[in-house]
Design a protein. Structure first.
Length: 310
């Protein structure tokens, strides 16, 4: 796996790529009740991607996910390669389930993902022509922090397998929520031109998060401000997975590459990102591109997009 990304947790930074798995050990299987979509903060049962999660060790778990072929972010084609954000959302759901059932000091103030990195292997990614793809997942938690009896942060790593082969890995860092993002100045959001969906690797126009503003600036202005996957519930602040998708779209548009070229993604939140009006800049790199999101004169988020054959 060539994809490399960076995860940031607090002031520490580390290089992240698809890790080597340890030799398989016989897991200790403990039956668990199936997850409920309401418990994971989802808007409907159709958004539920996790089928089961059971403990396999002191800090390891085994899970099963099911990815529908007609997921809203997937292309409507005969043979579907799942959108990379499905790995991210599956990891977030697995984290929510692990947090509520297995991590210490549950029931405290909610945490949110602040950093994410994922890598995929185009040669082993499943291609779905039927109804859904059944995926097995090896999950580990680390860097679990508890302060005054409250869970204050942790890292979760999920390795995704299909037909006996590993095709992706996603790691996510959770921390307390940051201050609320400021409201955008509407006068700066006029005369916008949204790119066509194929130009940014999106399946449909409502999935487009970017627009070209005067003077050629690229800004984050979702075509659907209540997108059921990217912006459920019309949040005032852009969630991490939407920042990651905005960076992916901006890199593909800047580099003129198709969605299938993406083999790695990473993003870090440095502060609140408003849902409308943040500027996104892209700088090409040897293996892809780096992006930065600026809001109110400050860098609110950054990340990388790794492209095959870049």
């Amino acid at each position: 796996m060539q994809a490399t990304a960076t995860i940031e947790a607090g002031s520490a930074q580390e290089s992240y790529a698809m890790p080597r798995t340890e030799a398989a050990r016989e897991p200790v299987r403990v039956p668990e009740a199936p997850p409920q979509w309401r418990d994971l903060g989802l808007s409907s049962m159709s958004a539920l991607l996790v089928v089961s999660l059971s403990r396999a060790g002191s800090r390891s778990f085994e899970a099963v996910c099911q990815w529908p072929r007609w997921h809203p972010l997937n292309e409507h084609v005969l043979a579907v390669t799942h959108h990379p954000l499905i790995l991210v959302e599956s990891t977030r759901q697995l984290a929510a389930l692990a947090e509520s059932r297995f991590l210490p000091a549950t029931g405290t103030a909610p945490l949110r993902p602040t950093s994410v990195a994922l890598g995929t292997d185009p040669q082993t990614q499943p291609v779905e022509t039927g109804g859904a793809t059944d995926v097995t997942v090896r999950v580990t938690t680390s860097d679990v922090a508890v302060r005054a009896g409250s869970l204050t942060g942790y890292r979760i790593t999920a390795e995704y397998f299909h037909a006996g082969g590993r095709f992706g890995v996603c790691a996510m860092v959770f921390a307390p929520a940051s201050p609320t993002a400021p409201e955008p100045k509407e006068e700066t959001l006029t005369s916008l031109l949204h790119p066509a969906a194929p130009a940014v690797g999106a399946a449909a126009d409502p999935d487009v998060l970017l627009a070209r503003a005067p003077q050629g600036r690229m800004v984050i202005v979702p075509r659907d401000p209540a997108h059921p996957v990217l912006l459920p519930g019309r949040p005032r602040e852009l969630p991490l997975h939407a920042v990651l998708e905005a960076g992916r779209q901006a890199a593909l548009l800047h580099q003129g590459r198709p969605a299938s070229a993406v083999v790695g993604l990473a993003a870090q939140l440095r502060g609140p990102v408003p849902c409308r009006g943040a500027v996104i800049d892209v700088a090409p790199e040897e293996n892809g591109a780096r992006f930065a999101v600026t809001a109110e004169g400050r860098v609110a988020a950054s990340g990388t997009v790794t492209l095959a054959g870049a």
